[in-house]
Design a binder for this molecule. Structure first.
Ligand code: MG
Length: 387
């Protein structure tokens, strides 16, 4: 078993359903990893992408991590049974020669390729990713599992912001979502509070709305926002301050009695340990939103979950960032709380898959081998351009 080709392409992605709206040049990397194993007369190809919210990683993928996979001899990639790629061994191949620390965004490049390798391995095994991953982790999943989901969006719109926000939340509710998250922190607090009121007007109560400040606040701004939001009793208040400013995060946690969410912009086990030790988070109610792709892919993410659960965090505290099919599988296989979805933003990685059922805040999983990108028309169209 060898990896015989890796293709990568930089793809623009937009935070808005209207893909013509300005999006600040945001990109992601899409990758295809071709194996020398055939199914149905064709080589098995795994597909992945660098999640959303950072930028594409073309250079790192093309110059550093793909060449290591392509050069790796069979015995470094193959599983014990000799019939499939072992994604953990492939990950070790990618990380050969990498020193501890200096996480930067190399973890995002590794995570994009890692997703494609898991897609390929589960296709070779003939299983949906959630079943393949559960088997690798010795975990049991239901016969017909469902995953708790929430709809994420509500970015500040350059024009007609409140009208657009209303339309967006209405569309989420009409699509079967019960819980919603919107962005704050990109405008003054007074205007953000209007945005929160606008979103709440479309929801049964404040327990169904979370806000995400996208790491924008200083201590003073964070405390102002915390005191304004506290009386509302929101579901959670996410990404309050700089992701590595643990003293500020801890001061906000002292001042804000409702749930906080953090971890989305921390990409390593070492950073996760620092967050847990120094950010004042409360295990009984706070929420961890590490992104499995941005954390060096699944091997890195599994280490983060294993460590934090060993420290007393519940699996039910993990709501991975990312917003697409991959996290749906990860949540189902690892028994985590639920997954973020972006029904409108980040085309072609918005929505779920043809035949998906979303209702009462739960989503079904695709039942074909791999992640199921083939069942999402937009994503599949883009991945086919890599062939
Ligand atoms: Mg966030």
């Amino acid at each position: 078993m060898r990896i015989i080709d890796v293709s990568e392409r930089l793809l623009p992605v937009s935070r808005y359903a209207d893909r013509g709206a300005p999006e600040g040049g945001l990109t992601t990397s899409v990758v295809a990893v071709t194996t020398d194993i055939s199914r149905h007369g064709k080589p098995v190809v795994g597909y992945g992408y660098a999640s959303v919210g950072r930028f594409g990683q073309s250079g790192l993928i093309r110059e550093r991590f793909a060449p290591r996979l392509l050069k790796a001899p069979e015995d470094l990639l193959i599983n014990d049974a000799g019939d499939n790629v072992d994604p953990f061994r492939a990950w070790t191949v990618m990380m050969t020669g990498e020193k501890p620390g200096g996480h930067g965004e190399r973890c995002v490049a590794v995570g994009a390729l890692d997703m494609a390798i898991w897609d390929a391995a589960s296709k070779i095994a003939g299983l949906p990713l959630y079943r393949f991953l559960a088997r690798c982790l010795n975990r049991v999943v239901d016969d017909r599992p469902r995953v708790r989901v929430y709809a994420s969006g509500g970015y500040l719109h350059p024009q007609n912001d409140l009208d657009n926000l209303t339309d967006e939340i209405r569309s989420f509710v009409a699509s079967g979502f019960e819980d919603v998250k919107i962005k704050i922190g990109a405008t003054e607090l007074k205007r953000d509070l209007q945005r929160v009121e606008t979103a709440l007007a479309q929801l049964p109560d404040s327990k169904h709305l979370s806000v995400d400040a996208m790491n924008a606040y200083s201590l003073e701004q964070g405390l102002d926002a915390a005191s304004a939001l506290a009386p509302l009793g929101l579901r959670w208040f996410e990404d309050v301050c700089d992701p590595l400013d643990f003293p500020v995060q801890a001061r906000i946690a002292e001042a804000y009695a409702s749930p906080l969410a953090a971890g989305e912009a921390l990409f390593s086990l070492a950073e996760a340990k620092l967050l847990d030790r120094h950010a004042g988070l409360r295990r009984a109610m706070d929420v961890l939103v590490f992104d499995p792709v941005h954390c060096y892919g699944l091997p890195g993410y599994i280490d983060v979950v294993d460590h934090l659960t060993s420290q007393g965090w519940a699996r039910n505290s993990f709501w991975p960032h990312g917003g697409h099919l991959f996290c749906l599988h990860v949540v189902a296989a690892m028994g985590l709380a639920g997954a973020e979805l972006t029904p409108l933003a980040f085309y072609p990685f918005n929505g779920l898959f043809n035949g998906a059922v979303v209702g009462g805040g739960w989503a079904s999983l695709p039942d074909i081998p791999g992640i199921g990108f083939e069942l999402n028309d937009g994503a599949w169209r883009v991945f086919q351009t890599l062939a």
